[in-house]
Design a protein around this ligand. Structure first.
Ligand SMILES: [Zn+2]
Length: 199
């Protein structure tokens, strides 16, 4: 129906989350109408982010070098690790200004039905960090969803066995059940952090 290059662009756009075929077509026609330099700025931004951004070798947050900005910051409390599912979950917790420790980004949540097992996430790397010592507390801030809860319980059980001296806490309730951390407001999330409980 379309010239192959146009069809290719529509196909690529429709792979993006939340973009159906009709929206992909609309975006493709928008791109076709815009000035070359404007459209190429998008291509260039994608290229740059893929070239320059990787994962922090310590906490697996997004980083433009070996360590992310949080791990590089010597003022952060190195005895505290907050475990989250995705790099996007670090931002709302930072916005609360309630947390001064470091992070550990799992890269998802356990979901055996979808084939996500412990070895698919950065879980063994977390155990290694905690076992290396100087960690007082691990705050499990996975999402209050079925998979997020299952992940928190799995990690809590393993940590209790491996490193019984380290406190393991979970965000207090008050977070809407079934919601993503990413969409929680700062006040609710700040309270959930302040009221975290032992797990
Ligand atoms: Zn890091």
């Amino acid at each position: 129906m379309y010239a192959p290059p146009v069809q290719r662009l529509i196909t690529e756009l429709s792979r993006l989350p939340g973009i159906g075929t009709r929206t992909a077509q609309r975006l493709a026609f928008h791109i076709l109408r815009t000035e070359p330099e404007e459209a190429l700025a998008l291509a260039d931004a994608i290229q740059e982010v893929k070239d320059k951004i990787g994962l922090c070798e310590r906490c697996f947050n997004l980083a433009d070098g070996p360590l992310c900005t949080i791990c590089q910051d010597a003022r952060r409390d190195a005895g505290l690790i907050c475990v989250v599912e995705e790099p996007g979950d670090v931002i709302p917790i930072e916005r609360t200004h309630e947390y001064r420790g470091r992070y550990h980004v799992l890269g998802g949540a356990l979901s055996p039905i979808d084939g996500v097992d412990p070895e698919d996430l950065k879980i063994s790397e977390l155990y290694a960090r905690v076992a290396a010592g100087s960690i007082r507390e691990v705050v499990l801030a996975t999402n209050p969803t079925t998979t997020g809860e299952a992940t928190a319980l799995h990690i809590a059980a393993a940590l209790r066995e491996r490193t019984p001296d380290v406190a393991v806490t979970r965000l207090a309730s008050g977070l809407p059940v079934g919601a993503d951390l990413e969409y929680a407001d700062e006040v609710t999330l700040g309270k959930a952090l302040a009221g975290r409980r032992a797990l």
